[in-house]
Design a protein around this ligand. Structure first.
Ligand code: AMP
Length: 194
């Protein structure tokens, strides 16, 4: 995997373990020479993960819409900062630049990004792995809801099982790499041959 796209909060959250997990995630990405693609902001968990990656000498690509740059939330010391015209353009570019997705704790923006990449995967628009870093059980209720949606036959069990969930940053990255090497690697190779 060359790059992982991270979705995470524009706030730091109530518990210090969220920040610690973002820092650990960045250290692990940098150690494995995997680049970070993210929302381009300097605030919240986004700012923390970007800062840590940069201080470890890692590649950081931010993709931010003009309207958010104007609110001065953009991080201006990244390896690359792409300014785009809309939130839609931004998500499309973030997806294109990445080999997989990891969702860390966050709010509505994070949840929307997570559900979009998961639904694109089950529609076959991409085959990139989608992971959830369930640090401190932050996503427990969301996972319970997904199980309920499976029981109510709105989500297929295979699609629910497809989401890589782990509370540990190192293990989550390892599992995303394994998934990428298995399914997506073969898919990409087939795509390049046709
Ligand atoms: P939230 O979870 O609601 O805090 O939103 C964070 C997610 O939405 C991130 O993964 C970003 O991609 C996007 N986002 C929200 N606010 C900003 C911001 N000020 N600058 C850049 N991206 C943002």
């Amino acid at each position: 995997m060359k790059r992982i796209c991270v979705f995470c909060g524009s706030n730091q959250g109530a518990r210090p373990e969220y920040c610690r997990a973002a820092i650990e995630f960045a250290e692990e990405l940098a150690a494995r020479r995997i680049g970070l693609v993210y929302g381009g902001a300097s605030v919240g968990l986004m700012g923390i993960i970007a800062e840590k990656m940069l201080s470890c000498g890692g590649e950081v690509i931010g993709v931010i819409p003009n309207m958010l740059v104007e609110r001065e939330a953009a991080h201006h010391k990244l390896t690359e900062l792409h300014q785009v015209n809309s939130m839609h353009e931004r998500k499309a570019l973030m997806a294109e630049l990445s080999d997989g997705f990891a969702t860390l704790p966050g709010g509505f923006g994070t949840l929307e990004e997570f559900t979009e990449v998961v639904s694109w995967r089950l529609l076959g628009i991409h085959q990139k792995p989608c992971g959830l870093l369930n640090v401190g059980g932050y996503f427990d209720q969301l996972l319970q809801f997904l199980d309920y949606a499976v029981a109510q036959q709105f989500i297929k069990p295979a699609h629910r099982a497809d989401i890589v969930v782990d509370p540990n940053p190192t293990r989550l990255i390892e599992r995303l790499q394994q998934d990428f090497a298995g399914s997506n690697g073969a898919w990409q190779a087939r795509k390049e041959q046709t």
